[in-house]
Design a binder for this molecule. Structure first.
Ligand code: FO1
Length: 308
C-alpha cells in the first residue's frame, strides 16, 4: 500500500518515523511543510524538513524535538560574541545541514533535489519531499502586527495571540509531490499543528483538489490530547481562533478533508458520532516502540477502512 504522510515538525516527524519503520521504503513518501523556512545568517533554514530528516536518520534531539542529538553550540555562541543574532539556536552539527543546503540552492539546485541529496547522505530510504520548491513563508497576524513565522514562534515564544495565519498565494506543488498524491492509496495527516504545519501544505496548488478528487483514504491523527497540544502552540491557537481545544474540534476543523480520524485514549468518548470513521488509540509517541506501535495501529485502521 502506497502511503503519503503530511508532516510538520516534531509530531509529524515521529509518525513519519513509525511508518518508515514498518513499511517498505518505496511505499512511503513524507511531504513536509516548508512554511517555517526562512533566511537567517545568510543561510536557508528549513526547520520541518530537518526535524523530519533527523528523526528518520535516528539523530533527532529528543529534548528539544528539533536539531540534532549530541549537539554543541560553540559557533552560535561565537556569533553572539561578535554581535550576531543567537535567538535562533543553530547547533554546530546542525549548521552543516544549513551550509550544504544553502550552498546547493545557491548553485541552482531545487529544494527537492537538495533534500534528496541530504536524505541519501543521512541513509534515509523513504522519500522526503518539500511541499513546494518555491518559498512559501507562513506569517502570523496578531491584531495589527504581522510576524514572520520564526519571529513569532521562537523570538516571541508563540505568545502574541493569533488573529490569523497568513498563507502565501500562488505556491505550486512539485511534480514529485503531485505524483506522490496520484499514486497514493492512503494519505496520513500526522499529529502536527493543523494551522501552521498542515494547512500550509493544503494551501499549495493543487494539493487540496488532488485530495478531494483522488480515491485514496485520508486519515488524520489528532495533535491535541486531553485538551492540550503534545508540543507547541496548537491548543493555544485553537482558543485564539475561537475553536474548542479538543481532539473533536480538530476532526471538525479538518471536516470534509478527511475520511478517518485517530484520537487519544485520554479523550475516549469525545469523538462519537462524528461524520468520519474514528479510532481511539494511545497516540503518545515517547519511544521508538511507541512510534512503531502507533504506526501499526493506524495502518490497521486504514486497512479496515479501505477494505469496506
Ligand atoms: N525552536 C525554538 O523554540 N528555539 C530555537 O532556538 C530553535 C532553533 C531551531 C534550529 C533549527 C531547527 O531546525 C529548528 C529550530 N527550532 C527552534 C524549532 C523551529 O522553530 C520549529 O521546529 C518549527 O519552525 C516549528 O515546528
Amino acid at each position: 500500500m502506497k502511503v503519503v504522510v503530511l508532516a510538520g515538525g516534531v509530531g509529524g516527524a515521529k509518525l513519519a518515523d513509525g511508518i518508515a519503520r514498518i513499511l517498505p521504503p518505496e511505499d512511503v513518501t513524507i511531504i513536509v511543510n516548508t512554511g517555517d523556512d526562512f533566511e537567517h545568517l545568510g543561510l536557508t533554514i528549513c526547520p520541518d524538513l530537518d526535524t523530519v530528516m533527523y528523526r528518520l536518520a535516528g539523530m533527532a534531539n529528543d529534548e528539544t524535538g528539533w536539531g540534532r542529538a549530541g549537539e554543541s553550540w560553540r559557533t552560535i555562541d561565537a556569533v553572539a560574541a561578535l554581535g550576531g543574532p543567537d535567538w535562533f539556536r543553530l547547533g554546530d552539527l546542525d549548521l552543516a545541514t544549513h551550509l550544504v543546503r544553502t550552498n546547493k540552492l545557491r548553485a541552482g539546485e531545487s529544494l527537492t533535489a537538495v533534500t534528496q541529496h541530504l536524505c541519501q547522505k543521512l541513509g534515509i530510504q523513504v522519500s522526503v519531499l518539500p511541499m513546494s520548491d518555491q518559498p512559501a513563508p507562513t506569517k502570523i497576524q496578531s491584531n495589527d502586527t504581522i510576524h514572520p513565522f520564526q519571529t513569532w514562534f521562537v523570538q516571541e515564544k508563540w505568545q502574541p495571540p493569533v488573529t490569523k495565519v497568513v498563507l502565501p498565494e500562488d505556491v505550486r506543488a512539485t511534480r514529485s509531490v503531485i505524483r506522490a498524491f496520484e499514486t497514493a492509496d492512503l494519505v496520513l495527516i500526522a499529529p502536527s499543528n493543523p494551522f501552521v504545519s498542515i494547512d500550509p501544505i493544503f494551501n499549495v496548488y493543487p494539493i487540496a483538489a488532488l485530495l478531494e478528487d483522488l480515491p485514496q483514504a485520508v486519515i488524520a491523527v489528532s495533535p491535541i490530547v486531553g485538551g492540550q497540544a503534545v508540543k507547541g502552540p496548537a491548543a493555544k491557537m485553537m482558543q485564539e481562533l475561537d475553536l474548542p481545544h479538543t481532539s473533536r474540534a480538530v476532526a471538525e476543523y479538518y471536516g470534509e478533508r478527511i475520511d478517518g480520524f485517530v484520537y487519544d485514549v485520554q479523550d475516549a468518548g469525545s469523538c462519537d458520532n462524528l461524520e468520519v470513521e474514528t479510532r481511539c488509540l494511545d497516540t503518545m509517541m515517547v519511544t521508538e516502540a511507541d512510534r512503531v506501535r502507533l504506526a501499526q495501529e493506524v495502518m490497521q485502521f486504514a486497512e479496515e477502512m479501505l477494505s469496506n
